[in-house]
Design a binder for this molecule. Structure first.
Ligand SMILES: [Zn+2]
Length: 226
């Protein structure tokens, strides 16, 4: 009742077509929901995302929920999630992918979900890591832990010269560190990110984590550009 009233005052819009949503619709209207380019990669062995990492890092399973196209609906969803404060899009996509993955034994053995980290400076600016809700929902569906304090992005220790150079370019020299590694010894972890393109970010994260003895890695992202 209260929500219906709020909808009248501030109609919630579909993130796909920007028409008002019905009370029983979330994030996307029914039409847009059915038009989303779903990959169904979790049903496919040796899928396109797994192939990105062939010969680079050992990956148990990899999946992206959606196909990403420039100017398409998925791009709008991720843009609104990252830059417009719509964290609930992460919940929506994570809940969706989690409910699919939990049907399959290879995903049920995930012990912990780990988000690709943001540097604290970016985190403070954005207010949240856009992958957090996505990862939390998947962790809940798989009855796994959610660890966002294990893999961190920090400012690299720099020489004065390097510091000056980065200051001039307005960049921060970032590096990845692993904390509390003992939590993950011998475990199967799921690394999550928003978008996979070249796979370079996920590869760098995986390489750090794979230094933990006995650790195995799977990967899940909201979308893939392939
Ligand atoms: Zn729509």
């Amino acid at each position: 009742m209260f929500h219906d009233f709020l909808d009248l005052l501030y109609p919630r819009m579909c993130h796909g077509c920007e028409n008002p949503l019905n009370a029983n619709e979330k994030i996307l209207c029914t039409t847009c929901l059915h038009e989303l380019p779903v990959t169904n990669q979790h049903l496919e062995k040796d899928n396109a995302v797994e192939k990105i990492f062939y010969g680079r890092i050992p990956v148990e399973n990899a999946v992206s929920l959606l196909h990403f196209e420039k100017k398409g609906m998925v791009q709008r969803l991720i843009h609104n999630l990252k830059y417009r404060g719509h964290e609930e899009i992460g919940d929506f996509l994570g809940d969706w992918l989690g409910s699919e993955l939990k049907k399959f034994p290879e995903w049920q053995e995930i012990y912990a979900v780990i988000p690709v980290p943001l540097h604290r400076q970016k985190l403070n600016k954005r207010g949240y890591n856009q992958v957090t809700k996505f990862g939390q929902q998947i962790a809940e569906a798989l009855d796994a832990e959610f660890y966002d304090e294990v893999l961190l992005k920090v400012t690299a220790t720099q020489t004065q010269t390097v510091k000056k150079r980065f200051a001039r370019w307005g960049n921060i020299d970032e590096t990845l560190v692993v904390k509390n590694a003992e939590l993950l010894e011998g475990k199967h972890v799921l690394l999550v990110d928003d978008l996979v393109t070249t796979g370079a970010t996920l590869e760098a994260c995986a390489q750090k984590l794979l230094k933990i003895p006995g650790l195995r890695i799977s990967i899940a992202t909201m979308a893939v550009t392939h």
